[in-house]
Design a protein. Structure first.
Length: 147
């Protein structure tokens, strides 16, 4: 019985420390360079009658020359077809840019899409579905824009 306990202790000493060091190595990964990240949201209690997007830089370098296009379109017909476009020069490390609109009115299923491109961080897109009721878009809220 003592031999089994000693064998288990020796195996535990050989297995557990390498597994912790492998986990530590995986957690220490960092993003080198800029990382363009986008999120789309619809109306919520915090932002009633608003829909929009967030662009952020999760990397360790500034993103340059960012262009974006945000659209809200009906799924089944062309009743709602709104697009906004813009650009800005740079987005620093861990900075963000948010755009909201309340100029949407209609009824039915809609798609909310953001397409963002940059000079040095590539392209990021996201599309979500929602339901438009008058001036409200029921979809993923501001707090859940990244999930």
């Amino acid at each position: 019985m003592k031999k089994i306990i000693v064998l288990i202790i020796i195996l535990a000493m050989l297995v557990i420390p390498p597994s912790f060091s492998a986990i530590a190595i995986q957690e220490n990964k960092s993003i080198v360079g800029p990382e363009l990240h986008v999120g789309v949201f619809g109306a919520s209690i915090l932002m009633p009658r608003r829909a929009g997007f967030i662009i952020s830089n999760n990397g360790d370098a500034t993103i340059l020359d960012i262009h974006w296009t945000f659209s809200i379109k009906s799924v089944s017909n062309d009743e709602i077809n709104i697009s906004y476009a813009g650009e800005f020069e740079s987005l620093g490390v861990y900075d963000g840019y948010m755009y909201t609109t309340h100029n949407v009115n209609g009824f039915g299923f809609v798609t909310l899409s953001i397409i963002s491109t940059s000079l040095n961080a590539g392209e990021a897109t996201e599309t979500i579905y929602g339901f438009q009721i008058g001036r409200f878009i029921l979809s993923k809220t501001y707090l859940l824009a990244w999930y």
